[in-house]
Design a protein around this ligand. Structure first.
Ligand code: G6P
Length: 368
């Protein structure tokens, strides 16, 4: 086992470090000689896409959080309404799905029982099924009409990291492909975005190289019992994933909130020293996010901000700031999650938890 960890202390850390490569594999191997996306196992034609009235994204756990980012990418780029649902909820809700619905199933393992059952339910109702999975020939892959394989490589740690970031890249690629086929994006913007996605790989590496800053932050919160992750728009989705990571591996009780919603109740829970991780990567929402950080700071929170380089304004409010490299708002989720993965990892190690096999959790849940 030590050998397969490649010199890393834990699989989770190894897999965090494998993300720049996972993204490169997922993206660059699917570009043709003209730099266009070539999706071998997805056969959606222009006409098919034009007939889609609605997209449903269905998944569990971390894959569900990837789906939330996927919704944003598809609505923004392809301009089709998207709903995202948790598989175990979708199954029993008698969802409104028909032949004009595209159902996107997201599952690292391709074997999660609730997700597989949701796939079958959607298929029964006539939907076309496109799955995003990391495991070749898995049940979900076999039962889908179209498949996108994330080329993250095997993920061993129970807490998902590299599967998540490659799922995000998959969504951007699927959305870009659908947008180009239907003329909803012009060629120049399409190419520019592919170049931007390519660059995220090096930017993730740059974040990982600053791990010592995250270790310092982890030291400051390692003994806390409660914490909050807040953000707006895409940053809210990242907050949900960051909070899940922290709970999964360190057992610290954290909750994610849409930053603007805090004042409607949750802010009552902020006490002196409560850690609040505020994600403020969205340039358009930056000032609003900073003002939400101010609100919690005024109530005694210990504020840790994640912002894009150059937005130093945030230092006036936050106790600690971690900067991610400059990136398009729409792609920021690929980067903002990295410091949160590292933070959860370090807090877990400092608390003496079983990082790779947290109590009560399984890598793949094949029961209801
Ligand atoms: C389990 C794992 C999670 C994972 C979820 C969905 O609960 O512990 O890390 O996100 O299943 O797994 P999947 O393989 O369907 O992506």
């Amino acid at each position: 086992e030590a050998a397969s960890k490649g010199g890393y202390e834990h699989f989770m850390l190894k897999e965090i470090h494998e993300q720049p490569r996972g993204i490169k594999e997922t993206l660059t191997k699917r570009l043709d000689e003209n730099g266009r996306i070539k999706l071998d196992d997805i056969h959606l034609t222009k006409e098919d896409i034009e007939n889609i009235s609605k997209v449903y994204i269905i998944a569990c756990g971390t894959a569900y959080h990837a789906g939330l980012v996927g919704r944003y990418a598809i609505e923004k780029l392809v301009k089709i309404p998207v709903e995202v649902d948790i598989a175990s909820e979708f199954r029993y809700r008698d969802p409104f799905v028909d032949e004009n619905t595209l159902v996107i199933i997201v599952s690292q393992s391709g074997e999660t029982l609730d997700t597989l059952a949701a796939l079958r339910e959607a298929k029964k109702k006539g939907a076309r099924i496109l799955s995003i999975t990391n495991v070749l020939g898995s049940s979900i892959a076999r039962e889908s009409d179209d498949v996108f394989y994330t080329w993250a490589g095997p993920e061993i740690a129970v807490a998902s990291t590299k599967a998540y970031t490659t799922q995000l890249v998959s969504f951007y690629m699927i959305a870009l492909d659908m947008a180009l086929k239907t003329g909803r994006i012009d060629d120049a913007e399409y190419k520019r975005m592919i170049e931007e996605i390519k660059l995220t790989s090096g930017k993730i590496q740059h974040i990982i190289d600053q791990d010592s800053k995250i270790v310092e932050i982890a030291e400051e919160i390692k003994e806390k019992h409660n914490g909050f992750f807040i953000g707006r728009g895409l940053d809210y989705n990242t907050a949900m994933e960051g909070s899940l990571k922290m709970k999964e591996v360190s057992y610290m009780h954290t909750e994610a909130f849409a930053a603007g919603e805090l004042k409607h109740g949750t802010i009552a829970l902020i006490e002196d020293g409560t850690p609040v991780i505020g994600i403020a990567s969205q340039e358009k929402l930056f000032e609003k996010s900073v003002s939400n950080m101010k609100e919690v700071k005024a109530r005694g929170a210990f504020v840790i901000a994640i912002a894009q380089e150059g937005n130093t304004e945030v230092e006036k409010v936050a106790d600690r700031v971690f900067y991610i490299p400059k990136v398009d708002d729409i792609l920021a989720s690929i980067l903002t999650v990295i410091p949160l993965q590292l933070m959860a990892y370090h807090v877990s190690v400092m608390r003496g938890c079983d990082v790779d096999k947290p109590k009560n959790l399984a890598k793949s849940v094949t029961v209801e």
